[in-house]
Write a protein that binds this ligand. Sequence first.
Ligand SMILES: [Zn+2]
Length: 277
Amino acid sequence: MKEHLKKFLKKFKLYHPLQAFYRGVIAFASNNYYKLLYSRYKGKGFSCNFCGATYQKFVPEFPSSETSGAIGINEVIAGYGENVYCPNCLSKNRERLVLAVIQNMLSIEHKTILHFSPEKHLYNYLKSKTVVTTVDLEPGFYRNIDSAISYANATNLRFNNESFDMIIANHVLEHIPDDAKAMNEMYRVLKTGGTAILQVPYSERLPTTIEEPFIRDPKKQERLFGQKDHVRIYSLSDYTKRLKTAGFQVNVLSPQKLEQFKVNGIQENESVILCYK
Ligand SMILES: [Zn+2]
């Protein structure tokens, strides 16, 4: 039934707008719920670098029983933990981490940015500072964040060589079957001297990446890779190797180097993967 409804909505181009609408309603409701629930935790501890709110703790998120196996066994740094969402604005730890790095370690003034699958808070910040082009394989899903978002297949980008000063693809590559091709394309459209922030869930425990690039079995994907639309779990060392093969110079900012951002409720033990051309 669900599949029929999906097909019907897709046929009339209503699927993504409806999904975006429902996501908006859920976000609005959860936002008010958490604002109320966490009002008693207002105070010192964590500070949101998007909205400035300070709390003793943020909202936790843990993997479901279907996904916890893959994440636990492989020790995947996947965004879960005790302090994930800001109770005041619902920004996520992965957005706050990228923002902290951009604000403190990089400069985006007058730079052109290509933002894949844009996250709401991060996109709004970038847009307030400079020119941002947003893209996704399913742009309808993100229309509520940027109405000008356009379709793009990361493995075949329509942009000219050397088009952007910065690329942000935050948790995108683990969804793409031919990630080597996507990395090549990202490298091609990045300007020489440009920077790409290409965060993915990864494991430092795995010696090699585990993947089934052409799998189309959400249940199995949850079980194997920790999310129903992921096609791999990267080994960190293999991930950086793949990026280097595409041409990037890679700088892994270790959690020690990111210590100063802990106050923003970033994920424990996550490294930031900065790629340069
Ligand atoms: Zn916030």
